[in-house]
Design a protein around this ligand. Structure first.
Ligand code: PLP
Length: 362
């Protein structure tokens, strides 16, 4: 094995996915598996399909293209509002997308008419998080412009996202407001709009509490399945595993060193001035993984007694003094040993996009 590596435990992710899908199913909600957390890796899409998810969603078209080309047959959804420069590919690589600009929807419709394709659109609504989406008040003047689509685009419902840009949490009330936007749009367009889609992981809590309006029927989810956490509500999800994804790095040097630098200190390579407490001589391990690979303040050592000290582009320095005392007398950390870390969401994203980190499914 090459290091650093990010390891995906297939069974654990599958179990998490099945648990979330079962919870959703109980409330008539179809789960869509979001693949962007692992850069659209088709092996993750396969796991979602095996868990019975209704479709695969990603924020990047090139990830959907990769997934389709790997032979995944499930419906594919683009979740990031499309760029005008990518609409041909949008129609080609996705079946459904979230859109918030009338002119873009019309342009998609024109492409559909030209190439003889159909494409489903969910109107993206801004329920207060202030990232993308129509504000509810924007809908009445906008909807008439969607009345003369040539037929390639079908407006199938509404969607929203919580806690992404501003941390606005989902509530039964803002979910109900989303449902009323669907009703308003469906009346204005005179068409059925069956889908009410919410995301992401934070929505699970409302579903668990049996508080989601019954009209909500689609959940787009990533973080909870992969990491077992819900950052927005700051919790570990009790029925999901938190150790399905781990990062492993290799020790390249192990040495007793003072805990305070010697000499006058300026700024380190990243423009910061680190402060170190004097804890005497400590055993430090140097790992072949650095800031170029991972957000070092978004990973947690899994081995007890390992503490992150600092890092540069290519090295992570950890204090292993306490870890060593927990090992057998001859079993201290040494070069060639590996240490494991649990990533938070940003660290997982960074590792999955770094070409220096191998993504391993076990
Ligand atoms: C990332 C994303 C999700 C999934 O969010 P998680 O909190 O990671 O589950 C859902 N919808 C949209 C639009 C997203 O961008």
């Amino acid at each position: 094995m090459r290091y650093p590596a990010m390891t995906v435990n297939r069974e654990k992710v599958l179990k998490n996915a099945r648990a979330a899908a079962a919870l959703c199913e109980e409330f008539g909600i179809e789960a869509w598996g979001v693949t962007k957390g692992l850069s659209g890796d088709p092996r993750l899409a396969d796991i979602y399909c095996e868990a019975g998810f209704a479709g695969i969603a990603d924020s990047r078209l090139r990830n959907l293209e990769k997934i389709r080309n790997a032979g995944v047959a499930a419906p594919l959804q683009l979740m990031r509002v499309a760029m005008r420069s990518e609409l041909e590919d949008l129609v080609r690589w996705s079946d459904v997308s979230l859109q918030s600009e009338i002119s873009t929807i019309i342009a998609i419709d024109e492409i559909c008419a030209r190439v003889g394709a159909t494409h489903d659109v969910l109107l993206m609504m801004d329920m207060g998080d202030l990232r993308e989406g129509f504000l509810p008040g924007d809908l009445p003047p906008a909807l008439p412009m969607l009345k003369d689509l040539k037929g390639g685009v079908r407006i199938c419902g509404v969607a929203t996202n919580f806690a992404c840009a501003s941390g606005v949490l989902p509530t039964p009330e803002n979910m109900a407001k989303l449902v009323s936007c669907r009703d308003m749009a469906s009346d204005a367009l005179g068409t059925e709009m069956p889908v009410v889609s919410v995301g992401g992981t934070c929505c699970l809590k409302i579903i668990e509490e049996r508080a989601a309006p019954k009209e909500v029927n689609q959940l787009r989810i990533c973080e909870g399945i992969l990491l077992g956490t819900d950052t927005a509500f700051d919790r570990e999800i009790p029925y999901l595993a938190q150790d399905a994804i781990t990062i492993t790095a290799e020790i390249v040097e192990c040495r007793l060193k003072p805990s305070v630098p010697e000499g006058e200190t300026g700024l380190q390579a990243f423009g910061e001035k680190p402060v170190f407490a004097d804890r005497g001589t400590r055993k430090r391990a140097l790992l072949g993984m650095g800031r170029q690979d991972v957000n070092i303040d978004r990973i947690t050592p899994m081995e007890r007694g390992v503490h992150i000290v600092t890092a540069s582009s290519d090295h992570l320095i950890v204090d292993v003094t306490d870890a060593d005392s927990a090992r057998p007398p001859d079993g201290g950390c040494k070069p060639g040993d590996t240490l494991r870390f649990r990533p938070l969401y940003p660290a997982m994203l960074a590792c999955s996009t770094s070409e220096y980190v191998d993504l391993v499914f076990e």
